[in-house]
Design a protein around this ligand. Structure first.
Ligand code: NAI
Length: 294
């Protein structure tokens, strides 16, 4: 408790520029949030086309937050720059990676980022299921890497896990927590263990709901029951929101690959039905809202 209250509060780290790599579900929303909280942000992905939807989502968020005040929306959007070439890395105080959940791809990216980033910049991964130390060993100086694990949807959820890998420099962890406070989120210090803290609890809950789908229960039935119980969103809709590929990877990491993942999950991932982001998962999605289950 004490450590939680203190973490990041006394930080003299004053980051101004954040570089985010990966403009998907998480990277796009992390970048948008950081710009909303006053940071200069550069957002990198493989092409401008992949960054555009994230900028459009940011505009919707700012329009809602500023109740349509176009000047403030414009002003905030000006701090969020699409950067497909990654020029912003060299200027950034914090670099956050939110690309595909693939160890080798992340390792290759960090080896390149380390060469371009300022020596004092915080290097962070948003991974939900990989071990920070396994990514870090691709760096010349593995102590530079920490986890900064946001939750989806970023604009609504205050908690951010700050992952202290066994190789992480305590000063980097402290600075990462200071950054999280600066963007008005609550840093929760966690060790690099499967699921960290939140997903270690939430993962089995979501997987169990999908096993009920395997047994023939309709997603709507499960979700309605859990919403009636008091959850803000049903577990199947939550899986759709998180992304089915991400849920599958996280499930494997949590169970150590020892139990078979739910069939309903595997078959949809194989068919490219990844949930909200692809327009179809357990539900069909339109304008960011779940329609009838399929
Ligand atoms: P996503 O699939 O929506 O986005 C990934 C993006 O990374 C894509 O736009 C892709 O083009 C880009 N990308 C891939 N390789 C790249 C590279 N080498 N350089 C530049 N861009 C590249 O994935 P999502 O859901 O945003 O997940 C990203 C990370 O965040 C994963 O590590 C995941 O585990 C983690 N995460 C996901 C959460 C969720 O609810 N979806 C929650 C918390 C963490």
């Amino acid at each position: 408790q004490e450590r939680l209250k203190r973490l990041g509060k006394d930080s003299d780290f004053a980051p101004r520029h954040v570089h985010v790599v990966g403009a998907g579900v998480m990277g796009g929303d992390i970048a948008a949030w950081c710009a909303l909280r006053g940071m200069q942000v550069t957002l990198q992905d493989q092409s401008v086309e992949r960054i555009a939807p994230a900028i459009a989502r940011a505009q919707t968020l700012y329009t809602k937050k500023f109740r349509g005040d176009r000047t403030r929306v414009r002003f905030t959007l000006d701090r969020l720059l699409p950067d497909p070439e990654g020029h912003g890395v060299a200027r950034a105080d914090v670099v956050i990676e939110a690309i595909f959940e693939d160890l080798e791809v992340k390792r290759t990216l960090f080896a390149a980022l380390e060469r371009r980033a300022k020596p004092e910049a915080v290097l962070a991964t948003n991974t939900s299921s990989l071990r920070v130390e396994d990514i870090a060993s691709a760096l010349k100086d593995p102590s530079r890497l920490v986890g900064i694990h946001f939750f989806n949807p970023v604009a609504m959820l205050p908690l951010v896990e700050v992952v202290d890998g066994p190789q992480s420099d305590p000063e980097q962890v402290r600075r990462a927590a200071g950054f999280v406070r600066r963007i008005d989120k609550l840093p929760l210090p966690v060790k690099s263990a499967p699921g960290f803290l939140v997903n270690a609890v939430l993962g089995p809950y979501m997987l169990e709901a999908l096993r009920c789908v395997d047994e023939g229960l309709a997603p709507e039935t499960i979700d309605q029951a859990l919403v009636a119980f008091g959850m803000p969103m049903g577990p199947v809709e939550l899986v759709d929101t998180v992304g089915l590929d991400i849920a599958l990877a996280a499930g494997k990491a949590l169970t150590g690959g020892e139990s078979e993942p739910p069939r309903a999950l595997v078959s949809r991932v194989q068919a490219g039905k990844l949930g909200r982001k692809s327009g179809q998962g357990f539900y069909a999605w339109k304008d960011g809202k779940a329609q009838k289950a399929k």
